[in-house]
Design a protein around this ligand. Structure first.
Ligand code: GAP
Length: 508
């Protein structure tokens, strides 16, 4: 059985080999944590966007979309708190000159201890077989108890220091633990400093401070500053939402795990404006809606879980993450936050413009409260790809790599395959292809044996392969092969489009 690390490596290699994701500027040895979406990747990405947009904007009469600019007035980021507080603690190794996130160095140290615990548990599991009780073993084995206590102690110190922004204590912890630089092997560290994650650039030809602007680190602020424009021009009544999909940029100190944490990425965000005092009701509503959206894709439920935040950001009065079981463990996929009136009130104060909404039912004006749903598009992509990648042993002893991508998200919906390159089969196949491509992204393939062609489509997750054979020419029927079951059915050509349409339907 392959372990999760092996599986993740295979997913990354597969994403490149089958035209999903390439490293940016690869011929120049790449650009760290920046990726390009290739011919199949862009289709999967667009399908995720459409699935989200449809469920948010099309299916909700009180939600509309916008597409705001990446560049915004620099004061936006002062009001939102990003200039002052969007920081991570960093530390440099003086010998290798390499920069690290100080908290991640400590977290990695804890992960190594955790790995030792897991190794001991696996050994014991083999030794004791079916009678092994992990919980009991963890509670009674002295070596594990000691290691777990060490992790707990480090974790308490680290998160305490992070919360109080005590950078000196983080450095002391790194020194106490004897953490060395993975590159130079030395313990020659600088002090820990705060590092702002926003990219900045100059607007216009004169480069002085007044012209410094930022690449947005979240799309949400473009929604906040436009909320009254949209409300008035769209005659929206509270509660209402504004949705947006777009690029965001963060100068992450440690960017790793492929497209999980990137420096340029995309977000799909929705801000829902509600009456003050009703925000927690709507927070629960959106938590339920969003988890249902994920589950509607048919990926087994045990791949998702909520993580409710106990420690809240200063602007939130409730927050929860939807976590996904990535090959490297359960990690945040989406955040649902009750952001109070923090952002709108701050913009009101910094801009000097009233951002109040007049509620005709209550006959009074107020700054609305906001419940936000925010999901990383690239992270959603990675969740789908890593779940979908399967290596299967088949009954005839052969094997296949198949991407079990939910059909609605699959890059190519159907492939048209003439059994042979002669006897008029290609002509008939192209006729079918020309009809289907009006509605779906389809491929045509006549090269190699049919089995090999099926495998090529399995590897990019195409749900349906349509084969044209000699019988097609006599009775206008084709075979349609379903990717997951590999079952084939003979059907009338006229029914093809309807069958594909039916199978791609999803209930929101
Ligand atoms: N407006 C709220 C906000 O931006 P966040 O938790 O910082 O909240 C929301 O980001 C989502 O954006 C995350 O749940 C994650 O899916 C995605 N995301 C954040 N940073 C990312 C990065 N560096 N690379 C890829 N996705 C990222």
């Amino acid at each position: 059985m392959q372990n999760n690390e092996d599986k993740f490596k295979k997913v990354i290699a597969h994403a490149k080999e089958y035209g999903f994701i390439f490293q940016s500027s690869e011929i120049y040895d790449g650009l760290s944590a920046v990726y390009d979406y290739a011919q199949n990747g862009v289709e999967l990405k667009n399908n995720i966007k459409n699935y989200w947009w449809k469920s948010m904007v099309q299916m909700n009469e009180n939600i509309v979309g916008i597409d705001s600019a990446i560049f915004m007035h620099p004061t936006v980021w002062k009001a939102s708190g990003h200039v002052g507080a969007f920081n991570d603690p960093m530390i440099d190794n003086k010998d290798s000159k390499k920069r690290y996130r100080a908290d991640v160095l400590v977290e990695d140290f804890m992960a190594k201890i955790e790995a030792k615990i897991n190794k001991d548990i696996e050994k014991a599991r083999k030794r004791f077989g079916d009678s092994f009780d992990e919980e009991q073993y963890r509670a009674t084995n002295s070596r594990i108890i000691e290691r777990q206590a060490k992790i707990d102690d480090i974790s308490k110190k680290l998160y305490g220091a992070m919360e109080s922004e005590n950078l000196a204590s983080i450095k002391t912890l790194i020194e106490e633990l004897g953490i060395t630089c993975p590159l130079s092997g030395s313990k020659n560290w600088t002090d820990v400093r705060q590092f702002n994650l926003m990219f900045s650039t100059q607007m216009g030809s004169i480069s002085d401070d007044a012209n410094e602007i930022y690449l947005r680190p979240e799309t949400a602020q473009g929604i906040f500053v436009n909320y009254l424009n949209v409300q008035k021009t769209g005659r929206m009544k509270i509660p209402f939402g504004i949705a947006q999909i777009g690029k965001a940029f963060r100068n992450e100190i440690v960017a790793r795990q492929f497209i999980f944490r990137m420096r340029e990425f995309e977000q799909m965000e929705m801000q829902f404006f509600v009456r003050p005092g009703e925000e927690l009701k709507w927070f629960e509503y959106w938590k339920n809606k969003r988890i249902a959206w994920h589950k509607a894709l048919g990926i087994p439920e045990d791949n998702y879980r909520f993580h409710d935040h106990e420690k809240l950001a200063h602007y939130a009065n409730a927050a929860s993450d939807i976590e996904f079981k990535f090959p490297f463990g359960f990690k945040e996929l989406e955040g649902i936050h009750s952001r109070t009136d923090f952002d709108l009130s701050a913009h009101q104060e910094f801009s000097g413009k009233k951002l109040q909404y007049f509620d005709p039912e209550l006959n009074k004006s107020y700054v609305p409260y906001v419940v936000e749903t925010s999901i990383g598009l690239d992270r959603m992509f990675l969740s789908i790809l890593s779940y979908a990648y399967q290596e299967e042993k088949l009954e005839d002893g052969s094997s296949r790599v198949v991407l079990n991508i939910p059909p609605i998200l699959a890059p190519v919906k159907a492939t048209v395959l003439p059994l042979t390159k002669k006897d008029g089969l290609p002509e008939k196949a192209k006729e079918i292809m020309n009809t289907l491509k009006q509605d779906y992204i389809c491929q045509y393939d006549e090269k190699d044996a049919i089995g090999k062609r099926y495998r090529r489509q399995d590897a990019i997750g195409t749900p349906y392969c349509i084969t044209i054979d000699h019988q097609t020419l006599t009775d206008n029927t084709v075979t349609i092969r379903e990717r997951d079951t590999m079952q084939q059915e003979r059907i009338d050509i006229d029914k093809l489009s309807g069958i594909i349409h039916e199978k791609l339907k999803i209930q929101f």
